[in-house]
Design a protein around this ligand. Structure first.
Ligand code: SF4
Length: 561
């Protein structure tokens, strides 16, 4: 083994094209504060030894368990983080103090919906897991014992029973691509775009990494290049993690998308940069390893590395979520998109984002169908909703749901709507909202019409294919009614006497700018607060023109429904 096989930080480059590619990659990547999940690795023990494991478990020299004190400190460092905090390992259920850690989790993070468990086998911990966690990522890797242990939990979250197809972690992108392309690939890395930062324990100390795989590489090489786990570390701007990107990403296999092996084959695919780690698995652990280089590697370009099972998101009905967007910030759009991607539902979920005249090129790199309308329409998203609905139908949608760009789904949203459909047979599925101010603070309010089931917000709706003709309402609605488009849409549902099914669960985060909401709470109205022009709308609806136009275009007069 020579020193040059140990992955060094990427050398500073003088080549302007490469420097530009690196700058663009860093600008496209997500800091921990923008991720929907942050992991805490509580142990590196695991009862399996999968090929190309993201934790590089077989490449680590010693077994370790996070201490309860460190676990509490890790949780406290995440105070204020709004997403899911997931414990993982190894298999977290192999931690000898798993029950104690569960108690600490409940004490430190009161909202169950934020507490996640990622595991392949819960052993005897099914009951305490059910009580403790609100988010599950369960993958027994086709192990009979794992499947049996997860049976009581499998309907509560993501569950995939079969073997997983892991892309290579150790076939370094820097060995297989020229530097500019390497950076372009790093900038759209599946793990950074879709998964998590993590906190691990290194020689008794907590360390934080912008990326869970970067943490694995450091653990495998005995490094200590994580950030100190101080309160709020996750809020740091991405510039604070650039040193980690330079150190870990070029030597990482995720952006190279090299064909790997099924989990049970226990074969690690590597390239020259990671020969030291491959040697550890081959010599010390007697695992099979397979070297690739530019001439021999096989690409799996079409498969996100995180899609570890060919069937994972293809089971269940195709659901298309349509989001119109206008001039919302990229952060807001990302929150909206991430919430769609994080749905815990047995369905094939596709997100369609439709730009109403202000397309954001960054969205091209996301896992969406991105439609650009060349100019804005000023109709509260009705035109983009109509266009998105047509595209959903021509792409085989069985359900169409809607989500406005400033709102977001909770992880169980689509699953609870589907369950509502199964229980009631309704074709129009409806949820309730939690209300938030533009800073993301929850407001202590509900809406009476919503609670009384007479009003459904657009972001709470999902339609079965049997009622897709309703989507015409978006394009046929007179523009003057667009400030109350959701009410008009729901009048259309009632006019046609389609059956609605209500989950009566608050599974949508709704950002309100309505002055009436703030006035009713005695709170200051945000700078961009808005009021519905009800007088104008009523004047229009009660005019001859309004009656004629609504009947001609919609087939009904809203005030008669
Ligand atoms: S370390 Fe690997 S997985 Fe993590 S962001 Fe960098 S390229 Fe992606």
């Amino acid at each position: 083994m020579t020193a040059d096989t140990l992955a060094p930080p990427a050398p500073p480059t003088e080549n302007p094209q490469v420097a530009q590619a690196r700058r663009e990659a860093l600008a496209a990547m997500r800091p921990p504060s923008k991720m929907g999940i942050i992991c805490i690795d509580i142990t590196n023990k695991c009862d399996l030894g999968c090929s190309n494991c993201t934790r590089l478990l077989v490449n680590q020299d010693k077994l370790w368990d996070m201490t309860p004190e460190n676990f509490r400190a890790a949780l406290r460092s995440l105070e204020g983080y709004p997403g899911t905090i997931a414990i993982i390992g190894g298999n977290p259920c192999m931690h000898p103090k798993f029950a104690q850690l569960c108690r600490i989790f409940v004490e430190e993070v009161p909202d169950k919906r934020q507490r996640g468990l990622w595991t392949n086998n819960v052993f005897k911990h099914a009951e305490i897991s059910k009580e403790t966690f609100g988010v599950f990522n369960l993958n027994p890797h086709n192990s009979k014992r794992g499947v049996a242990s997860l049976a009581p939990l499998k309907d509560l979250g993501w569950y995939y029973e079969g073997h997983s197809d892991h892309s290579s972690l150790l076939a370094a992108v820097q060995d297989l691509y020229e530097p500019a392309e390497m950076w372009e690939r790093i900038g759209r890395c599946d793990i950074n775009q879709n998964w998590s930062a993590s906190i691990v324990q290194v020689r008794g100390e907590l360390k934080a990494y912008f990326c869970e795989v970067a943490a694995s590489f450091d653990l495998a090489r005995g490094g200590t290049h994580g950030k100190d786990v101080v309160p709020g570390w996750w809020r740091a701007p991405f510039a604070a993690f650039h040193d980690q990107v330079d150190r870990f990403c070029p030597g990482c296999g995720v952006p190279a998308k090299v064909k790997g092996h099924l989990d049970h084959e226990e074969i690690d695919t590597y390239s020259r940069t990671n020969a030291d780690l491959a040697e550890k698995s081959a010599v010390k652990k007697k695992r099979k390893v397979q070297e690739v280089d530019r001439a021999t590697f096989q690409s799996v370009e079409e498969k996100p590395v995180t899609l570890y099972s060919p069937n994972l998101y293809r089971k269940g009905p195709p659901i298309f979520v349509v989001t119109p967007y206008h001039t919302e910030s990229l952060d807001m759009l990302r929150r909206c998109h991430d919430s769609v991607m994080a749905q815990q539902v047995e369905a094939n979920v596709t997100h369609i984002m439709v730009a109403d005249g202000h397309a954001r090129p960054e969205i091209d790199a996301w896992n969406v169908i991105h439609i650009r309308l060349p100019r804005e329409h000023g109709d509260n998203g009705n035109t983009p909703r109509a266009v998105g609905s047509v595209v959903a139908q021509t792409n085989g949608a069985e359900y169409i749901a809607f989500l406005d760009a400033d709102n977001w789904y909770y992880p169980e949203h689509l699953a609870s709507l589907l369950e509502g459909q199964r229980q009631t047979g309704a074709s129009v599925l409806c949820a309730w909202r939690d209300f938030y101010d533009p800073q993301g603070r929850r407001l202590a309010m509900t809406e009476v019409d919503e609670d009384n089931l007479t009003h459904v917000d657009t972001s709470c709706l999902m339609l079965h294919s049997s009622v897709f003709e309703l989507t015409e309402i978006w394009s046929r609605m007179p523009k003057k009614l667009s400030p109350v488009c959701d009410r008009i849409f729901y009048f259309g549902v009632r006019h046609r006497k389609y059956m609605s099914g209500f989950t009566r669960k608050r599974t949508v985060g709704f950002t309100t700018l309505y002055t009436s909401h703030y006035n009713s709470l005695g709170l200051p109205v945000p700078a961009n607060g808005k009021a519905i022009p009800l007088d104008d709308i009523m004047a229009y609806l009660t005019s001859v023109e309004g009656v004629r136009e609504t009947v001609n275009r919609l087939g009904f007069w809203p005030l008669s429904v």
